[in-house]
Design a protein around this ligand. Structure first.
Ligand SMILES: Cc1cc2nc3c(=O)[nH]c(=O)nc-3n(C[C@H](O)[C@H](O)[C@H](O)COP(=O)(O)OP(=O)(O)OC[C@H]3O[C@@H](n4cnc5c(N)ncnc54)[C@H](O)[C@@H]3O)c2cc1C
Length: 532
């Protein structure tokens, strides 16, 4: 029996889309290649008994602000959010520590400790967010062009304010910090957040990216899911199944078949065929969808050329640790943060990204580290700690800045690079290594093997650099989820607005599919109906 819609991939974007379609009464089937749903939102017991580790994404400042995820009310389907008192801390070996607390006064006091007046500078930046943020975020999380949010932004800031905001949006993280703060702490926090994506301290637009994450952190904290990231997926699946939806795992889709020029069925590796009456939504990497899964003649040469130059973000190397006790940060302030940036201030952030840009494995990798004892003690036995850290390495390593490794992640480099990451934590938290009960490593190869969208260990479905955002994502066009094939929509992080748990690509794909279907039904009597 054909379904109304087939969703390929049960990552968060696929599941958000599936829920939205099911809410409209569509009969939806989700086909997932892996044995379990969730994509990069899964957790597991991979170290010692009693420890739960988030295997990919872990903290979710983008989620509470999402116009697609918030209305799903996942809390009514078993999800509980937890927050540490501080969203992010950036400790320095000299003992200073910048903190983005969920309490505005505490954030300001932390930045004032770097230079008096920096607290007020942060207050002004956060006040700008309170006026502009909802419109900006609204603009990102809807199909382009975002007419209503743009009008809201003009109303909120005035025409001259919008022009200033345009300039502000293009600043690098370093320049934004230089223009805003006298001391170093504000720059560490904003730049460290910009570097969660594959941006550098000097990337145009990196300031906006870092500022958005910091302001979301100020407003909502960096929430984590009680019991593990997998409980977000469980809530999405539970809700969807409650609406009659079906999730079928162990089902890799290899081809999309067209009839009369329209996407009609998704064909699995074993030949099973999943037919769709109304739409197929693909939570797949854009190059895989366009260049491998569609018939060659369905994609023009221009589109193929652009897809061949599609740039994935840097690779990622992740370590999960079972620790006998919380991390003994030298700086007390780092102990209350859910997320810790490990780098020697702006210099350390710059050094790691310069190495990456030159194709080198950083000798002093910048780590994004997560710890749970403050936010969610259920992740580890009493008194213990479940922690993780990831860092970026080049997609194709040409050298190692320390002259030791070759990027052979299947061989000895796997353990040696994990040792290098641990040495970085140890410098800020002497005694850390002695607490390690066991560790679990995820190399770029492991990441891709567990989810084909994480190409080469890329975590954002494609670079976050400006030249591959909005109307340039995934190819130059209108930045919409539509594809060259009627009835087929791109619903993954390869589509605008990119990576992170906000459901933007899935939500945009579902809302576009619903609108197109409505129009098509209205035009059914007309020959053009099937072209939508
Ligand atoms: C290590 C890591 C850390 C991250 N940290 C954070 C974080 O802390 N906060 C945050 O907000 N975001 C984070 N992210 C990013 C976030 O997880 C992703 O942007 C998000 O998961 C993208 O969702 P998606 O649905 O587009 O794709 P994915 O989550 O990658 O899911 C895609 C799914 O589709 C399936 N699939 C693909 N092709 C096929 C096919 N042909 N047939 C069948 N199934 C298929 C895959 O198996 C997978 O299950 C992180 C990602 C990683 C990898």
């Amino acid at each position: 029996m054909p379904a109304d819609a087939v969703v390929i991939g049960a990552g968060p974007n696929g599941l958000v889309a599936a829920n939205m379609l099911a809410d409209r009464g569509w009969d939806v089937v989700v086909c997932e290649e892996q044995p379990e749903p969730g994509g990069a939102v899964r957790s597991g017991a991979v170290t010692e008994p009693g420890f739960v580790h988030d295997l990919y994404s872990a903290f979710y400042p983008l989620t509470p602000a999402s116009r697609y995820i918030a209305p799903l009310e996942l809390e009514r389907h078993g999800l509980r959010w937890r927050r540490a008192p501080a969203a992010v801390a950036h400790p320095h070996p000299d003992g200073r520590c910048a903190v983005l607390s969920t309490d505005l006064e505490e954030t300001c006091a932390s930045l004032d400790s770097f230079a008096p007046g920096d607290g007020d500078a942060w207050r002004r930046l956060f006040e700008l967010w309170q006026r502009a943020g909802p419109h900006l975020f609204g603009a990102l999380l809807r199909p382009l062009p975002p007419i209503r949010p743009a009008a809201g932004l003009i109303r909120a800031l005035g025409p001259r304010g919008v022009a200033d905001f345009g300039r502000f949006s293009l600043l690098s993280a370093r320049r934004l910090a230089e223009e805003s703060f006298r001391g170093e702490g504000g720059g560490w926090i904003i730049t460290g957040n910009a570097l969660h994506a594959d941006l550098t301290p000097d990337s145009a637009g990196g300031g906006l990216f870092g500022w958005v994450l910091c302001c979301l952190g100020q407003q909502f904290g960096f929430p984590v899911a009680e019991g593990g990231a997998g409980s977000i997926t469980e809530a999405l699946v539970r809700r969807f199944r409650g609406l009659g939806g079906e999730v079928i795992c162990d089902t890799p889709i290899e081809r999309i078949e067209l009839r009369a020029g329209r996407a009609r069925s998704a064909v699995a590796a074993d030949g099973s065929r999943f037919e769709a009456r109304r739409a197929i939504l693909a939570d797949c990497g854009a190059p895989a969808l366009y260049l491998k899964m569609l018939p060659r003649d369905a994609v023009s040469e221009r589109e193929r050329r652009q897809l061949r130059r599609f740039q994935y973000d840097n690779s990622t190397f992740k370590v999960n640790w079972a620790l006998g006790a919380p991390i003994p940060w030298r700086s007390e302030d780092a102990r209350g943060a859910g997320t810790v940036h490990v780098a020697d201030g702006m210099e350390g952030l710059t050094r790691a990204t310069v190495h990456l840009a030159g194709g080198s494995i950083p000798d002093r990798p910048f780590l994004v580290l997560g710890q749970y004892s403050e936010a969610d003690p259920s992740r580890a036995p009493a008194g213990a700690e479940a922690a993780w850290a990831y860092t970026h390495v080049p997609q194709q390593a040409r050298h190692d800045a320390a002259g030791e490794l070759s990027g052979d992640w299947a061989g000895a480099d796997r353990e040696r690079f994990a040792d290098r990451m641990e040495a970085e934590v140890e410098r800020l938290a002497p005694g850390f290594r002695q607490l390690i009960l066991s560790r679990h490593i995820q190399t770029p190869l492991d990441l891709e093997a567990s989810n084909r969208n994480l190409v080469g260990g890329a975590i954002n479905g494609g670079t976050a650099q400006l030249y591959q955002q909005t109307i340039f994502r995934p190819i130059t066009g209108l930045g919409r989820p539509s594809t060259p094939v009627p009835g087929l929509y791109l619903a993954s992080a390869s589509a605008h607005p990119g990576g992170g748990l906000h459901g933007g690509p899935g939500g945009n794909a579902a809302s576009t599919a619903i609108k197109r279907d409505r129009l098509r039904r209205m035009l059914r009597a007309n020959w053009s109906g099937d072209r939508l």
